[in-house]
Ligand binder design. Structure first.
Ligand SMILES: [Zn+2]
Length: 244
């Protein structure tokens, strides 16, 4: 079992851990991880670990074990690796991770601006995309949607998390109605990410910034048709290129 430290504190970019196993492919199982393991449309973190007498090993990704109980740090090839029981110091590539946190949080806001069913998505360091099913005849206008998104960002709404049990969820059916995405049940409990008091509420296991102002200006770069009603909306940092 790996303690997922990034869940309670996504701002940790340095923390000690112990190697609990070394996989046959060199993956390092750790007892606690500040590296986010790839999943839920968000890439895994990269960075490095320090160990022993001055060793440093570059980490190119983090992933879940096949049963999802543990997190493995995936080293780059041809490096010295720590052994079972070794204490390590984890360093997350913070510039990259913070960009992913800003983009990920912006994508929650995009789902507020475009309140349509989301059919897919991917967070990236330069671009994030969400796929929406639009009602028949509905269109998305790039400039006005970008303006609405930036208004939500500038309002600097707090981003908070809360945990709910399957039983609590079952006892509060109205909660599901207020959420964009119905949380999965069966795992016992689920983490909800809330923006403002009631701007957005949805189950999510990713990493987010603590308030929307930290995202900074964003723009919708492109809207593509991916079928009769499906639209792929691409989000990028900063002002649109023509206005920059
Ligand atoms: Zn999220």
């Amino acid at each position: 079992m790996t303690e997922a430290m990034y869940l309670d504190n996504p701002y940790l970019d340095l923390a000690e851990a112990t190697v609990t196993a070394v996989g046959t492919d060199g993956g390092l199982y750790v007892d606690r991880s500040i590296f986010y393991p790839q999943g839920g449309g968000q890439p895994g973190d990269s960075g490095s670990i320090e160990w022993g007498t001055g060793f440093r090993t570059n980490i190119k990704n983090a992933i879940y074990s096949s049963d999802r109980s543990s997190i493995l740090l995936v080293p780059e090839e041809n490096q010295d690796l720590p052994e079972f029981g070794q204490t390590i110091i984890q360093h997350v590539d913070w510039a990259r991770r913070h960009a992913l946190m800003r983009m990920h949080t912006a994508m929650h806001l995009l789902s507020v601006v475009l309140p349509y069913p989301v059919t897919g998505g991917q967070v990236g360091i330069e671009e994030g995309r969400l796929d929406f099913d639009l009602p028949e005849g509905e269109t998305v206008e790039k400039v006005s949607a970008t303006e609405a998104l930036n208004a939500l960002i500038r309002a600097d709404h707090a981003v908070t998390t809360e945990w709910i049990t399957d039983a609590e969820l079952a006892a509060n059916p109205t909660l599901v109605k207020t959420m964009k995405v119905k949380p999965p049940t069966g795992a016992g409990r689920v983490r909800l990410v809330r923006i403002g008091t009631d701007i957005d509420l949805q189950p999510c296991g990713g990493t987010h910034v603590k308030s929307t102002g930290e995202i900074g200006e964003m723009h919708i770069a492109k809207i593509e048709s991916k079928g009769r009603i499906n639209r792929r909306v691409r989000l990028r940092f900063g002002p649109p290129a023509e206005a920059a």
